[in-house]
Design a protein around this ligand. Structure first.
Ligand SMILES: [Fe+2]
Ligand SMILES: [Fe+2]
Length: 360
């Protein structure tokens, strides 16, 4: 539910407005680098580029509520746990085995930096694609400020660091500038082969429209799943038994987490707006937005909840035996590590199952 005063915010904003940050009493410095965001006079962290973006998203959501269109909501039960879990990670660190964690944190920072590609997503002519009007919606602002703000938050902008640099700072604070294993990039490149290629999820639509919907759904799903990673990062890096800077490192991840909230909110708003409308197909017919959005979300969530835990586990375990050689008794450590493993089964339903006999 929105606060009543926010409901009155305008529905139409310029790109410049959506990119504006408020004034900060103090900037955020991470690892000696000026980062985005900052602190107000009460010392509270304020996310970047939210001066108008926040009220704008609230106004678009309030409009959806007035129209009776529900907001897309991804069930947090679908979030697979981070591997290794906090207890396992702590065990490794207490035995001097740091490489798996240094690698994981470095990969998170690199993936955050990749978030900048969202600015390259082409937005099709929405007036041609959508039957109903799109003026005054989040949809109409995707290519006019929202994607750009998101890209800047993730990878930094000009001389300001973003999430990439903030995660690096958290890692370096907690583990005192550890040596990053040289195989990190190589391992990330090995992941590419598992992606599904060439499969069209919305063959009824123009490819550009399909790409936009799939990309938004994918980024939303990843952003929601990242919430588990943030929780994990905060718990681990705030633990004085294994972190050299429990307060500063934990806080850095808390700031990143705060910045992610507008990403989740604008994406679910735009997808909900599409879901409540009607799309024109390439053969001159129409497709219910609900059918299109649900089909994509269902497929992506089903795949992610199954592939993501497996991928994380494979990533860590490939080098685990090698990494553990620095410990006094690697065999005993591996046994203790595995004993702390909590099993997880993805839920049966994604919540976006296709309806039977959906009419086109
Ligand atoms: Fe991020
Ligand atoms: Fe994000």
């Amino acid at each position: 539910m929105q606060a009543p005063e926010l409901v009155d915010a305008p529905l139409v904003w310029s790109p410049d407005e959506l990119l504006q940050s408020g004034a900060y009493a103090e900037p955020l410095i991470a690892g000696g680098l000026r980062c985005h965001g900052g602190f107000d006079s009460d010392g509270r962290y304020r996310s970047p580029r939210t001066l108008h973006r926040g009220p704008a998203i609230a106004a678009w959501q309030a409009r959806l509520a007035q129209e009776g269109t529900p907001l897309v909501d991804i069930d947090r039960c679908l979030m697979p746990p981070q591997y290794p879990n906090v207890a396992q990670a702590k065990l490794l660190l207490q035995h001097g085995v740091r490489d798996p964690l240094v690698r994981t944190l470095t990969i998170i920072s690199i993936v955050e930096g990749f978030g900048a590609i969202i600015r390259d997503v082409a937005v099709p002519d929405l007036r041609a694609l959508v039957v109903e009007p799109v003026e005054g919606t989040a949809l109409a602002h995707l290519g006019a400020g929202l994607f750009e703000a998101h890209a800047r938050d993730e990878s930094g902008w000009r001389d300001e660091g973003g999430h990439k640099q903030m995660w690096e700072a958290a890692r370096d604070l907690a583990f005192e500038k550890p040596k990053v294993p040289g195989d990190v990039l190589l391992r990330m490149m090995g992941r590419g082969g598992r992606a599904e290629r060439g499969e069209r999820l919305l063959p009824e639509l123009d490819e550009k429209a399909e790409r936009l919907i799939v990309m938004m759904a994918q980024v939303l799903a990843v952003e929601v799943m990242a919430e588990g990673t943030f929780q994990w990062g905060i718990e681990l890096l705030s633990d004085p038994e294994v972190s050299a800077a429990p307060e500063a490192a934990g806080d850095m991840v808390r700031y990143v987490r705060a910045d992610e909230s507008p990403h989740v909110e604008y994406l679910r708003t735009a997808l909900s707006e599409l879901r409540g409308r009607t799309l024109r197909t390439v053969d001159g017919r129409t497709l219910a937005g609900r059918e299109a959005v649900d089909r994509v979300l269902h497929r992506l969530l089903r795949n992610l909840t199954r592939s993501r835990p497996r991928q994380q586990r494979d990533d860590v375990r490939t080098y685990l035996a090698e990494d553990m050689k620095v410990a006094g008794n690697p065999a005993a450590l591996l046994e203790a590590f595995d004993a702390l493993d909590a099993s997880w089964t993805p839920p049966e339903r994604t919540g976006f199952e296709p309806e039977t006999a959906a009419a086109g």
